[in-house]
Write a protein that binds this ligand. Structure first.
Ligand code: TEU
Ligand code: CA
Length: 558
């Protein structure tokens, strides 16, 4: 038995979760004070976004010391208390492991850049320029070149993200050893696993070829030379042997650009690498020529096809992680549901559709109360480095108008997920007594935890029930997935099968009232409604019925 297959994970972005001391920044003591709330929800594991020492160029994804807690978040004692409280409440803690890069303020990098013969020189990736230019034409995720010139030694260093996030050189065995030691140190402290940031980027094609040129753009796309690179599986198998295999833990790799076939290599049960990966195909729906900043219309059948490919691709080997949002993505109820009149029902429909798939579900903080995207009017209300850099580059480069860019930020920007959690209807939504580091979504009086807890029909209790059902019905974890009504553009329906049982999951993704008709060939003698987001009259038939907007139902058929 693999407990991580049967678990539900809850992601905490500590900066925005709960502030305990009024400085406007969420912290560890704040999280500890809400463990009781998470226990009530019923989750098994917390994934903590980075809490390590950091200058916060990218909110903690730029780490300057892997074994120290970020000043704003508290102390190691606060961490130990959090871990103990979580464990006492039956909740495990999975830490974010960011080892594709460190901060440029990490002492390793400070040494590395000090001279060409420093012992840590080779812990990062240094190259001379090429004909007075950068070593390659690659574009960084946060725009600009992936190379930064450093005057001290007259060479460039690689940074796939911001220039304050230099990439670590995994080719170097002592760097790898140091990382394994650090991981062991955390595991010995009693943590329960790792979520590994862009872990499929750690092995680069060391020939450093030029990236594909994209018309009209200054920099090219080098991703095929660092995504799923030549030594990636060797490195992960080594990490597994040296560290992971010695503990009973949960591991999930963040792996942009992976296909189901590649995911099998990362998660297959004889591979000795990771338990599961986060794939991005369903998150990229609608991406246009400027990626997520130029949104195109997409169809429900695209989403169904994508998720189905993953469900079928990993049904015999490997394991799926299931998510609708995280700290890098917009709020799901705004993106795939309806954040106005049908906010509550559509949030429940989306939860149903995701939690009934095969895999380990992840809930992102605030999703369980149906938090929505935020539309700040002015750019200076935004804090995210990705958003701000993209704005500068795309708007000043005349690739998008200001209006188009603000619309794209409202739809897809990362700060949608990073506004503070709404605990109640008091000022700043009960997140802080001070001034929050980023403004609170103005709808907090309507959407907040206190109201959800008081209302038996809330999204919160719906998630609680989904989690409970998973513990009661093995089929939700292990049943085989099959798509039905493949071409329907309003209804996403599928079955799950295990032994003599079936689940029938029917979700209406539209504002309209399409008719659901059960396809022939699904045999059963009795049926039972497990969960629904509208009241269903007992004797109502489900083989043929008109669905209400965003309606969702799950039946167990025997
Ligand atoms: O994200 C990696 C990643 O691919 C992101 O660029 C993501 O696709 C993008 O933000 C969505 O537009 C991870 C972390 O989750 C992210 O918060 C970090 O900024 C990034 O790595 C660098 O550590
Ligand atoms: Ca604080």
């Amino acid at each position: 038995m693999a407990w991580w297959k049967e678990s539900v994970v809850y992601q905490i972005y500590p900066r925005s979760f709960k502030d305990s001391n009024g400085d406007g920044i969420g912290d560890l003591k704040g999280i500890t004070s809400k463990i009781e709330y998470l226990r009530k929800l019923g989750i098994d594991v917390i994934w903590l976004s980075p809490i390590y020492k950091s200058p916060n160029d990218d909110n903690g994804y730029d780490i300057s010391d892997y074994q120290t807690i970020m000043d704003e978040f508290g102390t190691m004692k606060d961490f130990d208390e959090l871990l103990e409280t979580a464990h006492q409440n039956g909740i495990k803690i999975m830490m974010d492991l960011v080892v594709n890069h460190s901060s440029d303020e990490h002492s390793w990098f400070v040494e590395s850049k000090s001279s060409k013969d420093n012992i840590k020189r080779d812990w990062y990736i240094w190259k001379p320029g090429k004909n007075g230019n950068e070593p390659t034409n690659w574009e960084a995720s946060f725009k600009g070149s992936t190379w930064e010139y450093d005057e001290t030694t007259g060479e460039y260093y690689l940074h796939l993200f911001s220039k304050k996030q230099p990439d670590l050189n995994w080719e170097n065995p002592s760097l790898r050893r140091e990382i394994y030691n650090m991981m062991t140190w955390w595991l010995d402290k009693g943590i329960d696993g790792f979520r590994m940031d862009v872990i499929n980027f750690i092995s680069k094609d060391t020939r450093y070829p030029e990236g594909e040129i994209i018309e009209g753009k200054k920099y090219g796309n080098g991703s095929k030379y660092y995504m799923n690179g030549p030594r990636i599986h060797e490195f992960l198998q080594e990490m597994n042997k040296e560290v992971l295999s010695k503990y009973d833990i949960i591991t999930v790799g963040e792996t942009p650009g992976v296909t189901p076939d590649e995911a099998k290599l990362y998660t297959g049960h004889n591979r000795n690498e990771l338990n599961m990966v986060f794939q991005f195909e369903h998150m990229g729906l609608g991406d246009g020529s400027e990626g997520k900043w130029s949104n195109q219309p997409w169809k429900l059948s695209d989403l169904k096809q994508t998720l189905t490919r993953w469900q079928k691709g990993l049904e015999d080997d490997g394991w799926n992680s299931l998510y609708w949002n995280n700290h890098d993505q917009p709020r799901v109820v705004s993106r795939f549901g309806n954040d106005q009149e049908y906010r509550v029902v559509s949030a429940k429909m989306l939860a149903t559709c995701l939690h009934m798939l095969q895999g380990t579900p992840y809930i992102y903080q605030g999703e369980e109360i149906g938090m929505t995207n935020v539309s700040f009017e002015s750019l200076d209300q935004y804090k995210d480095i990705e958003t701000l850099n993209a704005y500068n580059e795309l708007v000043s480069g005349h690739r998008l108008s200001k209006e188009e860019m603000m619309k794209a930020i409202h739809d897809r920007g990362r700060d949608n997920a990073r506004t503070p959690i709404h605990w109640d209807g008091t000022s700043n939504a009960g997140f802080t007594t001070g001034t929050p580091w980023i403004e609170v979504n103005p709808n907090y009086k309507e959407v907040n935890v206190e109201r959800s807890i008081k209302d038996k029909g809330s999204i919160f209790y719906f998630y609680q029930k989904l989690i409970r059902l998973r513990k009661e019905h093995e089929i939700i974890v292990y049943g085989r997935y099959d798509l039905i009504l493949e071409n329907d553009e309003q209804i996403y329906a599928y079955t799950r099968s295990l032994n003599e049982e079936k689940l029938l999951v029917i979700c209406n993704f539209s504002l309209e009232s399409p008719k659901f008709t059960l396809p022939e060939g699904i045999e059963y003698t009795s049926s039972k409604l497990l969960i629904s987001n509208y009241e269903v009259i007992d004797d109502e038939t489900f083989t043929d019925f008109v669905m209400k907007p965003y309606e969702a139902r799950v039946y167990k058929l025997i």
